[in-house]
Design a protein. Structure first.
Length: 318
């Protein structure tokens, strides 16, 4: 757990955005065309950390939440529907980041959420004081729950007010009274919302999307190579039509488009991590299977809103 913290970051680079987040280990890929922009504000006081995210593009996000803590994702009212571990969700759900569960999110064009990270011991203490079941009973084996809309509004309002107050006066993170109030109010609002949850949302699509997972695994393992659609179908053990439909339904892209977007993302990631003084864009493009550099540059600019050379030469904060 990071000590007292209040940090705000604005970014036009999703690799920088991921690197600046305390506690999270994220691998991000941009799926939608256009210049990326995002903001984050993280607040850590006592045994509670709040992470407020806003992103403007459709993204594929994988990774892990802060170690040693239970993390809950709270979509805000303005957040468009998105996919959490292959289940479509909206603002009246809570996403449960289990210790054994990796992040697996497909955001929509505008995504805004506040993640709440707390220790299990602190939550159990508060739960006992409120006369509620312990946290393990409340979340059981659930990955996402739909909660009472009125209690979700209370929870969102509590989170927004806390973040806004500390953003306006960062010294509050060192105030013991604020620490106690923050831990108490946030855990209470969260626990009441969880206690109101309907039966767990069942993922009817997990088996249906197994073909997508197998195809994506192959794409991840051979990033620098073109892969024929027939090869993806063979690995996924489905027809071309079925694979096309499943990719479009889950990722919003055809298999062929996803493969190209994936390779462009790999170039982007390498460019952001490279030293401009000794790096040639052409070498990295070739490494990931782009040999027609004019077409590559046009496709890259179309997806990311900038030329590869601009990505390479941009200064970052991390």
């Amino acid at each position: 757990m990071t000590g007292p913290l209040s940090e705000t970051h604005l970014s036009r680079n999703f690799e920088e955005f991921a690197a600046l987040l305390h506690g999270f280990d994220m691998d991000i890929r941009q799926l939608e065309r256009g210049l990326f922009s995002a903001s984050s504000h993280q607040v850590a006081v006592g045994e509670t950390m709040l992470s407020h995210f806003m992103v403007n593009r459709r993204l594929e996000v994988n990774g892990a939440s802060p170690a040693g803590m239970l993390t809950f994702g709270i979509p805000l009212e303005s957040c468009n529907p998105f996919t959490w571990r292959k289940q479509t969700t909206d603002g009246d759900t809570i996403q449960i980041y289990r210790r054994s569960t990796e992040l697996e999110v497909i955001t929509n064009t505008f995504f805004e959420s506040i993640d709440v990270s707390l220790t299990e011991d602190s939550l159990n203490e508060r739960s006992q004081a409120l006369g509620l079941p312990d946290v393990s009973s409340l979340i059981a084996n659930k990955e996402m729950v739909r909660c009472d809309p009125a209690l979700m509004r209370v929870l969102r309002r509590t989170l927004r007010l806390t973040i806004s107050s500390i953003r306006n006066n960062p010294s509050l993170v060192y105030d013991e009274d604020i620490e106690n109030e923050m831990d108490s109010e946030i855990s209470r609002s969260l626990l009441y919302a969880l206690h109101s949850a309907h039966p767990p949302i069942q993922s009817s699509s997990s088996l249906k999307l197994r073909a997508v997972n197998k195809a994506v695994d192959l794409i991840n393992n051979v990033s620098g190579e073109e892969i024929a659609l027939e090869d993806l179908c063979r690995v996924a053990n489905v027809s071309r039509r079925t694979l096309q439909y499943k990719f479009k339904s889950y990722l919003g892209l055809s298999p062929k488009r996803y493969l190209r977007v994936h390779r462009l993302n790999m170039v982007y990631k390498n460019l952001t991590r490279s030293n401009p003084a000794d790096t040639k864009v052409a070498n990295i493009a070739n490494e990931f299977g782009f040999f027609h550099l004019g077409q590559f540059a046009a496709d890259y600019r179309c997806l990311f809103g900038e030329l590869p050379s601009e990505t390479l030469n941009r200064e970052t904060d991390c």
